[in-house]
Design a protein around this ligand. Structure first.
Ligand code: TYC
Length: 112
């Protein structure tokens, strides 16, 4: 901008602001995703865990058995990755089913 007769250098409208037109990246932020984790314990029956994985995580029997064994042997496994709302629903469903059957099975979620 050229200085008009009534403007003084160094006052707020003496901008040079053409140089501040910085390119901005178009922001297409994907929503954060959440891992749902199943934890091992010594008391929940294996068949119950398999049933939970089939019912709430859409696994077939072989898949569910395999994932259950992974949790049994390693202590914990990721059983799915979901949006915050879906992950919360899965955790609630598993925890309610465990409570209903008086099993100590634990299911949690964490940001990916
Ligand atoms: N460890 C349990 C048992 O031996 C089986 C089990 C597997 C429990 C996975 C919880 O998330 C779990 N009966």
């Amino acid at each position: 901008m050229t200085l008009k007769p009534f403007m003084m250098a160094g006052t707020p409208d003496d901008d040079g602001d053409a140089a501040l037109a910085v390119a901005t990246k178009p922001k297409t932020k994907r929503p954060p995703m959440y891992k749902v984790l199943l934890l091992n314990d010594d008391f929940t029956p294996m068949e119950f865990v398999v049933m939970v994985l089939e019912r709430f995580f859409g696994m077939d029997h072989a898949q569910a058995f395999e994932v259950m064994l992974t949790v049994h042997k390693k202590g914990v496994a990721v059983v799915g990755v979901f949006s915050h709302e879906i992950a919360e629903t899965k955790v609630t469903q598993v925890m309610q089913a465990a409570r209903d059957h008086q099993h100590p099975l634990q299911c949690t979620m964490e940001k990916e």
